[in-house]
Design a protein around this ligand. Structure first.
Ligand code: SF4
Length: 371
C-alpha cells in the first residue's frame, strides 16, 4: 500500500451537555443546569483528560468545546482543561457560546483563557423565530454583543443560522441573511430545522415548507453567502478565505480526534467510539480508567471516509483514497459512479470526485446511493 499522502491531524473535542433551558427543537443530549452537578461533571472531565493525555503523541491542531452550552464553563475552568495539552503553535481553540452570556465583564475574563475562536448560536436575526426556537436572546442585541467581542480581541467568530422554519420563505430568509451579513462574522454554519417525530414541536412538522421551497432557501443561502465572499467548503458551512473551521475539517477529512465528556464521539487510529450518553455510565467509564468509550459496532472506516469527504466541496481525492485503503475507489464502482455523473449528481475532475451543486441539498440520499 502507498503511504498516506499526508500525516493525519489530531484534535480534541470536549462535550459540556448542560444548558440553561431546553430548546424545544433540540434532540441533542442536553441536561438542565445545576451548579453542583456541573462542577461534579467538570471534575470528571479533568479525570478523563488525565486518561487521554498519554495518548496525545502529536500536537493537537484543534480543541473544540461543544455542547450543550460549554460557555457555562468559567474562563479558569477552560484554562485548566487546556493548560497541559500538547498544542500546535497555531492550534485553533473554539468555544461554542450562547449569546445571552456575552457581557463586557464575561468577555474580559474569557479573553484571559486560550480560546481563539468562538461559535455563536445566533440562529436568527428575527425575534419571532428566536422565540419559536426557544432562544433567550434578542436579535437587536447581537450587533452590540459582537462589538464587545471584537473590541476585546476576538476576531475569529462563527455564527449559526437555522433556516426552514414554519412559515419561512425565500423572502424572510433573504432579510435574515442580509442582517447576518451586516455582522463581523468570519464563518457561517447554516442548518435546516429538523423536527423530531417525538419532539415537542412534532405537531409543527406539517407547517414546515415543502422540499422544493426548502431547496430554494438552501440555494439562496449558497448564492448570497458566496456573493458576499463566504466560500462554501462543506454542505452547511461557509467561511471567509482561511477561516474554515479547522476542527470540523478533521471530521470531514477522516483525521483523528479524541473526545472528553458524556455522549461525545471520537475517532482514533481507525476506531470510531462514543462515550456513554448517560452521566452514571460515563462516570463508570472514567472511574474504571477507560480513555475511550464504546466502539461503534456499525463503523466502517472506508464508508465513513467516503461519506465525510463527499460532504466537502473539495471532494474526495482518489489518490489519497488509494494511499489510505490500498484500493481504487473509482475503478471498483465505475459503472455506478458514471451513472451518477450522467444524472448530474457527481463530478469528476482528474483525481477529484465531488458532489455537483444539484446534489448538495439532497446529499444524504446521493451519498447513500454511492455507498
Ligand atoms: S442550547 Fe443547544 S444543546 Fe442546549 S437545548 Fe438548546 S439546542 Fe439543545
Amino acid at each position: 500500500m502507498e503511504q498516506d499522502l499526508q500525516a493525519r491531524a489530531l484534535g480534541l473535542y470536549i462535550h459540556i451537555p448542560w444548558c440553561l433551558t431546553r430548546c424545544p427543537y433540540c434532540n441533542f443530549y442536553a441536561l438542565p443546569y445545576s451548579k453542583a452537578a456541573f462542577e461534579d461533571y467538570y471534575a470528571l472531565i479533568l479525570m478523563h483528560k488525565a486518561l487521554v493525555l498519554p495518548m496525545l503523541d502529536q500536537p493537537l491542531t484543534s480543541v473544540y468545546f461543544g455542547g450543550g452550552t460549554p460557555s457555562l464553563l468559567s474562563s479558569e475552568m477552560i484554562t485548566e482543561i487546556i493548560e497541559d495539552l500538547p498544542l500546535a503553535d497555531d492550534a485553533e481553540i473554539t468555544l461554542e457560546v450562547n449569546p445571552i452570556q456575552i457581557t463586557s465583564p464575561w468577555v474580559a475574563k474569557l479573553h484571559k483563557s486560550p480560546i481563539n475562536r468562538l461559535s455563536l448560536g445566533i440562529q436568527s436575526m428575527f425575534d419571532d423565530e428566536l422565540i419559536y426556537l426557544g432562544r433567550k436572546h434578542h436579535a437587536k442585541e447581537i450587533p452590540e454583543k459582537l462589538r464587545i467581542l471584537i473590541d476585546s480581541g476576538f476576531e475569529n467568530i462563527s455564527g449559526d443560522l437555522i433556516y426552514g422554519l414554519p412559515h419561512s420563505s425565500v423572502d424572510t430568509l433573504k432579510k435574515n441573511l442580509d442582517k447576518f451579513l451586516s455582522l463581523p462574522l468570519t464563518h457561517l454554519s447554516c442548518y435546516l430545522l429538523e423536527l423530531d417525530q417525538e419532539g415537542k414541536l412534532a405537531a409543527d412538522r406539517k407547517l414546515l415548507p415543502e422540499d422544493e421551497k426548502l431547496e430554494a432557501q438552501y440555494k439562496l443561502i449558497r448564492h448570497t453567502l458566496n456573493d458576499a465572499g463566504y466560500r462554501q467548503y462543506e454542505i452547511s458551512n461557509f467561511a471567509l478565505p482561511g477561516r474554515e473551521s479547522r476542527h470540523n475539517l478533521l471530521y470531514w477529512k477522516g483525521d483523528d480526534f479524541l473526545a472528553l465528556g458524556a455522549s461525545a464521539s471520537g475517532y482514533f487510529r481507525g476506531i470510531r467510539y462514543q462515550n456513554p450518553p448517560d452521566l452514571s455510565a460515563y462516570r463508570l467509564q472514567v472511574n474504571s480508567g477507560k480513555a475511550l468509550g464504546d466502539e461503534d459496532p456499525a463503523q466502517n472506516e472506508e464508508s465513513d471516509y467516503i461519506m465525510m469527504r463527499l460532504r466537502l466541496t473539495a471532494g474526495l481525492n482518489l489518490r489519497e483514497f488509494r494511499a489510505r485503503f490500498g484500493k481504487d475507489f473509482f475503478a471498483n464502482r465505475e459503472d455506478h459512479l458514471r451513472r451518477m455523473m450522467q444524472l448530474g449528481f457527481l463530478l469528476k475532475e482528474g483525481d477529484i470526485l465531488r458532489l455537483s451543486s444539484k446534489a448538495l441539498f439532497i446529499s444524504n440520499a446521493v451519498i447513500g446511493e454511492i455507498l
